[in-house]
Design a protein around this ligand. Sequence first.
Ligand code: GLY
Ligand code: MN
Ligand code: MN
Length: 473
Amino acid sequence: MHHSIQIILQFLLIILTFTSSFIIEAQPPGITYTYEYPYKNGIPFQRFKERRTSLKNTHSAKSMIVSLSADSRNRQNDVDHPYRQNSNFLYLTGMPYAKSALIIAPGGIEYEGQISHEFLFVQPRSTEKEAWEGALMGLDEARILLIERILPYAELRTFMMKHLSGIDTVFFTGLPTSSIPIPLADKPLSVETIIKNDIQSTFPELYVKTTLPTLNALREVKDADEITLMKKAIDISIEGHVSAMKESHPGITEYELEALMEFAFKKGGAEDIGYSSIMGSGYNTCILHYTSNRKATMNGDLVLADCGAEYQNYTADITRTFPVNGSFTADQKKLYDIVLEAADSAIAEAKVGNTFRAPHNAAKKVLLKRMIEIGLIEKEEQLKWYFMHGTSHYLGLDVHDPGTMGTLKHGSIITVEPGLYIPPGSPCDQRWWNIGIRIEDDILIDSNGPINLSESLPRTTQAIEALMKSKNK
Ligand code: GLY
Ligand code: MN
Ligand code: MN
């Protein structure tokens, strides 16, 4: 009895020693990890400062702006997934890491005897953590970001609670997760509710807002450096689309085409995809945000590839639809040309001063006319059966970038992406079934007229067929 307890204890001790040494083994002395900022050739730090200053100058002295970093993606048991910063926070700071926050105080806050208007909160460096993650920005390294005061992240809450007195409105530029599912509750608890309750229990008069329209307006218009990065993301994406089209043949799976696409993205220097690649064949071309990409293609299928690379956090958003065997059928071509005509007339309306809806209205007009002509529909109300989404959205750090939705402005980038989707069973001639077509380009709104940044990727049926025949085999 006594003996077996001793064995168990000894065994436990061995396990404990093993696991704890695995987790907290100390570093040999003298190791230093060098920190390197990953986006050195992107947006100059001075630009981030100008953006913060612009927000500071357009908000009242009694307001406070709080911008939070994105959560890290941790699925289970300490496994780290690639981190992607919250775009609003990134846009204002250039800071690419988790557990950080920015406070802009238009009225100024006195801290240690000095009045400042901007405060960055970051995680201090720690040698133990760096053995796992490498060096990230600590308080010293973050000085390159040109933010007036830099404080440890652990002080954020105390700092906010102290300095919210005297403030009438606090703006959050977004929240890390929109909702927290709570088991056994009817409704998930939103982060917004939690934050509002928390702050308002101490400051009942305080107005808490979770959007910042002035920031959306800033992000809508891209500067020259942003446009350079966008062009790079678009050019890399074009390489991916070309490679998928060239390697396509009946029987190739959707995931192989996806792999060819994303291989070219990574090879071109993109750090990520801007959104889950949509690679649908056959009837899957009719599913707007199809992302499982598991099916094998079949001869005669169309493939709808909606894929964009993310380069230095800026993303492209491009769709091409091509025949898996390299030749469009007559019916596929007929619908393709209708979508292309809609796209061209929408792009022509992507002009400075036009309403945000102008390209959409132009696309709808063409689609309606042509669909009635070929007998696909009979009247306007039926248009949305086969074209059920908008034609444009802003594009930038996010694939669906924020903006004012007001008139189109010089320097803004929008997508133009009309489509037609005819799933099997649709109330029309069966010859059209299983045809889904979208043509999506990225358009720079310029005072000299729209510039199609993805124009060099073949977009007519002839150019697509020519490209697919040119495969090196
Ligand atoms: N790729 C998503 C979209 O086109 O909006
Ligand atoms: Mn899009
Ligand atoms: Mn898209």
